[in-house]
Write a protein that binds this ligand. Structure first.
Ligand code: C5P
Length: 419
């Protein structure tokens, strides 16, 4: 549960674009105001087809800003002031069209102009048909925006107004509020966040991140592997480096470029990964995001196994070292903060809580990899962060955003250690 105390007195500029989910934005305004947030709204022309300006005005108890060319709005409240006099801009619903205009830097209506003119953080809550969300154009636009620092909450899976099923539903108002509160809570840890100076709360700290799959050889040409893409681990390494940590990334084979600012050690097997991790010690932070193979083939063949008519060979497996458990129990060389991942199916939080105790790590980031979820290889992740004091559910977001938020949580931990 995210603490909403940081919301009181904050100024949110809410951009309501044209989608059926706009009706939820009315509830969002009401709930934000209940928490002491000052909400000012920009309604796009399409947005005004779904909710009336009068409802928005009544709920915000303020003018509804709609027209770039309105003399009244421009003289009393120019678009620059509108965007600057907010602590955060929230776009909900963020339609495919508005995301595309934001990504392209267009300024063809008041909403787009405000978003282009602003120097304030922006959070988007996408809402659209599943095919539109999954279209490479939208995905590219979203990735570009996230790279520029735009935050995202949702979209969620579910049945949509058009009767299709899949990701595309706007996050629920309370999830959006949690994301807003998390943003302000993190910003509170950033010294002089408005200043363009580098935000490096982890400078002086050393971090080790494992990422990707391992490849366990069967013979010189074959190996056992898994579907890990390495996206999550690489995103965490990059985010930690951005916050000033000296990062060693120990990675199994992936198709990803090396993240900027990290020393990358490329390995193939679990035993090589363990050796590289031990060589990187001492570190302050260890994040084990790799999907390490639990087993390797005992007695690997030096020669390619042949189909010689004698039937398939039988492979005997032996257990790999557990890198997370080894680092968690490394005695005086144990990193101050050890974080593991748990890819589970079913009762994710219960299994992950048990895993945290079993492995001896401090936090576990748990995600659901049941069939039907796209965590493995996909761009998004829905995680629960389990610490000694309980589990926190994070809304679905891009793996880059999970990495950024985890890095901020790590930085906050070192400022005020939490269990
Ligand atoms: O036991 P399980 O594989 O589910 O645990 C997952 C966590 O343990 C991940 O953080 C993973 O990186 C780590 N792990 C490891 N070495 C292993 C197996 C898992 O570091 N051999």
């Amino acid at each position: 549960m995210v603490d909403h105390a940081s919301l009181s007195g904050k100024r949110v500029l809410l951009v309501i674009a044209g989608g059926i989910a706009a009706y939820k934005s009315l509830d969002l305004i009401r709930r934000l105001r209940e928490r002491g947030v000052r909400v000012r709204a920009v309604l796009t022309e399409a947005g005004a087809r779904f909710v009336t300006p009068l409802s928005v005005q009544a709920l915000t108890e303020d003018t509804v800003y709609r027209d770039l060319w309105s003399l009244t709005d421009e003289s009393e409240m120019g678009h620059i002031r509108l965007s600057r006099e907010a602590d955060l801009i929230v776009v909900a619903p963020a339609t495919a069209n508005l995301l595309a205009r934001m990504a392209a830097g267009m300024a063809d209506d008041l909403a787009a102009t405000v978003l282009l003119a602003t120097d304030k953080p922006v959070l988007v809550a996408p809402a659209m048909n599943v095919r539109m969300w999954e279209h490479p154009a939208t995905q590219d636009n979203m990735t570009r925006l996230e790279r520029r620092g735009v935050r995202r909450v949702g979209p969620n899976d579910g049945v949509m107004a058009c009767n299709e099923f899949g990701p595309g539903r706007m996050a629920e108002p309370m999830e959006i509020i949690d994301a807003i509160a998390a943003h302000f809570a993190e910003a509170a840890h950033k010294p002089q966040a408005d200043k363009p100076q580098a935000h490096t709360p982890l400078s002086g700290k050393r971090a080790l991140v494992t990422s990707g799959p391992t490849h366990e050889p069967i013979d010189p040409v074959r190996y056992i592997a898994n579907r890990s893409s390495g996206k999550q681990g690489h995103a965490i390494a990059e985010a930690l480096a951005r916050l000033g940590a000296a990062v060693t990334l120990v990675s199994g084979p992936t198709r990803l470029p090396d993240p900027p600012g990290c020393a990358v050690v490329a390995i193939e097997t679990a035993r090589e990964m363990l050796a590289a991790c031990e060589a990187a010690l001492p570190v302050d932070i260890a994040v084990c995001a790799a999907a390490v193979a639990d087993w390797r083939v005992a007695g690997t063949s030096d020669r390619k196994l042949k189909k010689d008519g004698g039937g398939p060979p039988s492979l005997s497996l032996t257990e790999n070292p557990d890198i997370l458990a080894t680092l968690s129990q490394a005695g005086p060389r144990r990193p101050a903060l050890v974080i593991g991942f748990a890819a589970e199916t079913g009762d994710v939080v219960a299994y992950a809580t048990a895993k945290r105790a079993r492995k001896g790590c401090d936090w576990i980031v748990a995600n659901d990899v049941s069939l039907g979820t796209t965590t493995f290889g996909g761009a998004d992740n829905t995680v629960h962060v389990i610490r000694a004091d309980g589990a926190e559910a994070w809304p679905t977001m891009g793996k880059d955003a999970v990495g950024a938020r985890l890095a901020e949580a790590i930085a906050a931990h070192f400022q005020t250690p939490t269990p």
